[in-house]
Design a protein around this ligand. Sequence first.
Ligand SMILES: Cc1cc2nc3c(=O)[nH]c(=O)nc-3n(C[C@H](O)[C@H](O)[C@H](O)COP(=O)(O)OP(=O)(O)OC[C@H]3O[C@@H](n4cnc5c(N)ncnc54)[C@H](O)[C@@H]3O)c2cc1C
Length: 443
Amino acid sequence: MNRVSSWGRLSDAEHSVVAITSAADAPAIIASTAPGIARGMERSYGDVALNAGGTLWDMRPLNRFLAFDAESGILTVEPGVLLRDIQATFSRQGWMLAVTPGTEIVTVAGAIANDVHGKNHATRGTFADHVVSITLVRTDGEVIVCGPDDEPEGRGWFEATCGGLGLTGLIVQASIRLKRVPGPWLLAEDVAYQSLPEFFELSDSSELSYEHVVSWIDITTGGGRRGILSRANPAASPHRAPPAAGTPLGAAAGGITFPLVPPVSLVNTLTLPLLNRAYYRLKRAGVGSKVVHYKPFFYPLDAIQEWNRAYGPRGFYQYQCVLPRESGLESVREILRLVARSGQGSFLGVLKTLGDREPLGMLSFARPGVNLTIDFPNLGASTLVLMASLDSVVAEHGGRLYLAKDARMPASLFEAGYPRLEEFTAYRDPGISSELSRRLLGS
Ligand SMILES: Cc1cc2nc3c(=O)[nH]c(=O)nc-3n(C[C@H](O)[C@H](O)[C@H](O)COP(=O)(O)OP(=O)(O)OC[C@H]3O[C@@H](n4cnc5c(N)ncnc54)[C@H](O)[C@@H]3O)c2cc1C
């Protein structure tokens, strides 16, 4: 048995970890060790890849590139290949992932199972929009190959598996379509904003001419009174010399590690306003456009490995919701008001709009609207009470929470937010079970 935590470090339970080292052996191994759930890099914040006291199928050893077609950009990989390795290998050849989340230290299968999104949802959709085919192994030994262009049956398996939280079977192979880029560079710009209406205007106008748009928001000010919007486009070639080692790029590539778990969270009521103010001033001082490597723009948090330790031994929650655009101003303002009044939160507040496209996966998160993400140190009951009050706003406005980040949402909010849930249920593998599935979908 091994102790396993997810990224939020809210628990540290024993698991029976079974390494999957060959796709050919996977059917026999999972049949004999079920029920269980697959794990990737455990970069999900909550309990989607946990199974306390039970089996975890560790997919990380299956990490080889299998084929690449330089005409179409289609890359076939084993499930445990890291997005980091795809970006590093192929950006030099003029290809990159079309969609990437805010960390590259995740596996391809993890990205499919949560159908992750990036800073370019309006133009590129979610990860699943670029998956060409998936090979799935079920605990009864059945092998299913499915893709978006299949007849209804295969398409059903595909839509259930993308965003399907690992519950439809084990992904043992995937083909994804990379996108052409001029190289590993972006022309990026930071712009300060001083109100929520200004954020929405700036975000809308930016999306007309920038592929990547995201904003940091100071969650301590109550009404969203300051933030920094970052936007970028792929750049042909660096307009200046590449950054030297030791610059943010060097740090991101090599990485510094947060040294230890402090006895209490370093993010607290004393440090919170200071951290936010300091971050705002730092970013505002650097507004303007510049050519940057993709790492500091796409993955700023990867520069400090294990930064999640900063929240201390009790860990932290991430609250991520998407709210319909029509009432987005009102609902985001209400959530920020509740958060500021509570004095809880962190310096990680992200506000971005999601494009006008419904996701392909039955349980995919990224629907049209406005996305708000906030980290909360786990203070116990007071944090749960605060998040329950945020749930009420999300429910009232018809929003949904992101399952990859969740460790506690009530089943009623889940059911209201995911209208294709019943359709999904037919595709579940009865030999697969996670803490999240038991909590929200029944065993
Ligand atoms: C700093 C940071 C920034 C992030 N930014 C974003 C963001 O911008 N957008 C976004 O969408 N997400 C974001 N995330 C969340 C992260 O991208 C997802 O949680 C991702 O799914 C994690 O992948 P993983 O390899 O760690 O998988 P895990 O967390 O280990 O597992 C995730 C899911 O994948 C399933 N799974 C894993 N392998 C397999 C397999 N072979 N077959 C079937 N199922 C499998 C698991 O069962 C589980 O359901 C961020 C996370 C961090 C830590």
